[in-house]
Design a protein around this ligand. Structure first.
Ligand code: HEM
Length: 412
């Protein structure tokens, strides 16, 4: 989708303030009575004057898969699956079926029309009937174990192996491994969930769910970098144009992964209660950026260029040398980050919020992530407030043309 279309889409969205104004909740003396606030609605779920239309579609076809360079949506439903069948032919057929389903889902269509026979379960589960696609994107990837299990030895790539253990990792078995990932992103959480649910249902004899995670970002006005659960703008330093994506993200060797990319996912618990007891200066020192503006220390513009060697009048580096941004930059490599916040109720052991960041990034070589994570390693001040509990590496295929199926080059 072009930037112009993207802007138009955001302009259509209702701001929370507009919503409150309409509901009569802004301004002096606003009172919410049983009838008052509801008077302008058909009912509280139906504000016809300000509907979010969600009718813009992203095509499943193209040089690259969607959901990687696509402007980020508000919701993700991320699923990691294990292979149950080890038959290459069966799995190939599943990817063909998923291609058929995906291109329909991204157009906002049901995966199959309603059946005439009402004595069998409907093929489409139905929770998106009447809904637009809300910029749904579907991104598929496979892990190194997928190639092992299906004995695709001649397709192995030297750099494509499980990630190493990083300092301070506390990875839980239930959040690691898996053979396939599906990332569904949309501006409507139910649309994203429905897509994964129906894809999994289609393949249910051949795959099992290993772990899933729903994530969210603020609706905002589409012009501001979204804030993470620590209240900081997150995603500022990222590829900005096709050339950046070419240099940082798209795999360009001539094999089955051409025009695809490596996805790395980390489920990172954020210790909100500890963070909330930390003073603002320490919070800002943790990132080397100001909380309100997002600008790096010594600057006023969020997007100002950062020189980590720049020193202040006291001769010390302007960015604290244990800050997240200082150490990430010190690695001297780039990645494309496309992370979402999550909130899963309460941690059973600590009784605190089980919340954090579903960190997802894309790069043409896994070493880009590995170098940054090693640089953050033991030194990142942020480590006092986070714990990495889940991990995964997936090769996301290149895009396809109509008539082809996702992952085709791997199975040929
Ligand atoms: C919960 C965990 C994390 C939080 C809350 C977090 C938050 C942030 C924030 C607020 C920024 C500054 C604004 C921006 O440029 O987006 C940033 C920058 C960055 N983060 Fe993280 N981050 C986390 C984990 C990670 C991980 C695991 C990596 C990769 C190994 C990473 C890599 C980066 C990079 C490369 C930058 C840009 C640095 C630059 O300015 O060049 N972050 N992060």
């Amino acid at each position: 989708m072009s930037d112009e279309n993207n802007k138009k889409w955001f302009d259509k969205k209702i701001s929370r303030r507009d919503f409150l104004k309409k509901a009569g909740m802004v301004g002096a003396g606003a009172a919410i009575g049983a009838s008052g606030a509801g008077a302008i609605f058909a009912n509280m779920f139906n504000d016809k004057a300000n509907q979010v239309v969600g009718d813009e579609k992203i095509s499943f076809y193209g040089q690259h898969q969607s959901g990687i360079a696509t402007p980020v949506q508000k919701n993700v439903y991320f699923a990691v699956l294990d292979l149950h069948s080890l038959s290459k032919e069966e799995i190939k057929q599943m990817f063909k079926d998923w291609t058929d389903y995906s291109q329909k889902l991204m157009k906002g269509e049901l995966v199959a029309p309603e059946l005439k026979n009402h004595l069998v379960p409907p093929i489409d589960t139905g929770e998106t009937v009447g809904l637009n696609p809300y910029r749904l994107t579907l991104t598929f990837g496979i892990s190194p174990s997928f190639l092992d299990k299906l004995k695709l030895d001649n397709k192995k790539l030297d750099e494509f192996k499980d990630l190493p253990h990083f300092p301070r990792d506390q990875i839980k078995d239930k959040y690691k491994g898996g053979d396939i990932c599906i990332q569904a992103c949309a501006d409507d959480a139910q649309v994203a969930f429905h897509a994964v649910r129906n894809l999994v249902r289609k393949g249910r004899a051949l795959i099992t769910l290993k772990w899933t995670q729903a994530g969210f970002l603020p609706i905002g006005n589409g012009k501001e970098t979204p804030r993470n659960l620590f209240g900081f703008k997150d995603g500022t330093e990222n590829p900005k144009n096709n050339n950046d994506f070419k240099n940082v993200v798209w795999y360009d060797k001539n094999n089955w992964l051409k025009d695809g990319t490596y996805m790395i996912v980390r489920r990172i618990q954020m210790h909100l209660e500890t963070w909330d007891r930390t003073n603002l200066q320490e919070q800002e020192n943790t990132f080397g950026r100001y909380k309100e503006s997002g600008a790096p220390f010594g600057e006023t513009d969020e997007f100002a260029t950062i020189d980590i060697n720049k020193k202040g009048p006291d001769g010390k580096p302007i960015l604290p040398i244990d800050s997240h941004v200082y150490l990430a930059k010190k690695a001297e490599v780039k990645i494309a980050r496309r992370a979402f916040s999550y909130s899963n109720g309460i941690d059973e052991v600590s009784g605190q919020f089980d919340a954090g960041l579903l960190f997802i990034c894309f790069q043409k070589h896994p070493d880009q992530f590995i170098k940054i994570q090693n640089s953050l390693g033991n030194d990142d001040k942020l480590n006092e407030y986070i714990t990495h509990v889940g991990t995964g590496i997936f090769a996301c295929f290149g895009g396809i043309k109509e008539g082809e199926y996702i992952g085709q080059k791997l199975f040929e």
